[in-house]
Ligand binder design. Sequence first.
Ligand code: ATP
Ligand code: MG
Ligand code: MG
Ligand code: MG
Length: 565
Amino acid sequence: MYQSRLLSTTWREAPADAEAVSHQLMLRAGLIRQLAAGIYTYMPLGRRVLRKVEHIIREEMDRMGAQELYMPAMQPAELWKESGRFFDYGPELIRFQDRHNREFALGPTHEEVITTLVRAEINSYRRLPLTLYQIQTKYRDERRPRYGLLRGREFLMKDAYSFDIDGDGLDRSYWQMHEAYKRIFSRCGIRFRAVEADAGTIGGDGGTHEFMALADIGEDTIAACTHCDYAANLEKAEPGPSKDKAKGAPDDAPALEKVHTPGIRTIDELAAFLQIGPKECIKTLVLKVDQQLAAVVLRGDHELNVLKVKHYLQANEVTLAEPEEVLRATGVPVGFLGPVNQSLPLLIDRTAADMVTAVAGANESDYHYRHVRLWLDIADHSVGDFRNVTEGEHCSRCAEGTLTFHRGIEVGHVFKLGTRYSEKLGARFLNASGQEQSFVMGCYGIGVSRILSAVVEQHHDETGIIWPMSIAPYQVHLIPISIKNEHQMGAAHDLYTRLQSMGIEALLDDRDERPGVKFKDADLIGIPIRIVIGKDAEQGMVEYTERRRLQKESQRIEEAVERIR
Ligand code: ATP
Ligand code: MG
Ligand code: MG
Ligand code: MG
């Protein structure tokens, strides 16, 4: 590719709202451009990286025998109602109506679609196991889209689904996928840990692991053992043997005030009644307590608060609790606590934007709770006094090592679903003895576009990106110092065609720019090998530089070509 023709503009500065280094660098290097919050165009250079990541994923999926298909993003709401997720999914699910007022959703994931597909296509155990995958655009109306491609509202995901006869089969499919994921992330140059995770809202019976790219910007915290290979998401991490789990509430837990709210049924009405303006930071937590799903709306975004409440509920096996009681025990104000049913998630939907400083649950008719203090105060002083595990404590698995904490970006997730979807959607096959049985399923996601950001978080220096060779937009950057110099341009073109014939992708900077400008751009874009063609080109010499080290070496053209090969 000739750089003079490439649709690529580099920026000296990143916009002020780009907080993450990867977001800044990807904008500055001209890899992505924002259209709206969490919605991006992949520019030619970014698109090339994305395709390479996709290629690696396809190779590994195909290698394990998974088959690629492509499913629609536009999905009838009935499907989602059948599975129960139309309500459970909350405001992240983008819903709309067609011209005949039929309801639809934009797929944030495809369990419903694939389960109904397989229900129609497969009716005998003879055709199992089966693993299907796609690389496709997903839509999630994230509360806080941010950090560029790390948390988008429209993003690219590889999602795979396995269908097995029984739990043993699922186990095999699951671990096969687990292995494939390890290869995929390694090949992309990501430093990662596979960590035990919490089953969360999807439910399901059995294991789930998250693949975490280690990076400070990551929104998850991982506890990892220094001795064995135990690693878990903090929400899941098991305390060591001697851990004293009981923790009281802070003494100055804020008071709740009961407010008479006659006739108010919806959160909107309540918010208006209490004159609360929209503010952010509501976290909805749905968890399994005492065999029932309970929902909690937490005011505040802090993971420790989530842990605190969760732990309290689990320890006490409560299904229903008064917000006051939870507040007293944990110091965390919760908005609503009760069994998940079809109306509650809608309630949560509405609460997200509006309930902040004041409102709590309507457990009693015509009464709501009002907090007398701002949740922010509360979140701040309750931080740090509770964790499932603490850094430095003994590992629960080997009892020899200690736990260290790391921040991680969730780049992949594997999940044993069991029969949750197949039962709900009536997806059955005939087993060897001719009886009907529900498919035993697993689901497996990779954040394809998120990988780009994760890689940049891990591979950069102060001047720009340093792409791993496997996913670099081009492998070699050819930079003639002066495009007016015939020898230099001759040598550059010559090299370009030779590399091309060797199947090596080169970008030739044929722009009429000062060398300083070209080098700055090259540092920013981060192509792994750079060949500068300058004065010595006449003597058949060029300068060979690895982006990683930025150390110049003078070399004969022949040698440089050999080195690249
Ligand atoms: P997160 O915890 O970051 O919100 P998730 O657990 O909701 O992610 P999954 O439903 O497990 O995500 O989806 C599979 C994969 O898709 C995730 O592991 C992640 O890599 C990617 N992903 C999820 N949400 C986004 C997003 N908003 N933008 C980019 N990638 C995403
Ligand atoms: Mg999410
Ligand atoms: Mg997650
Ligand atoms: Mg996940």
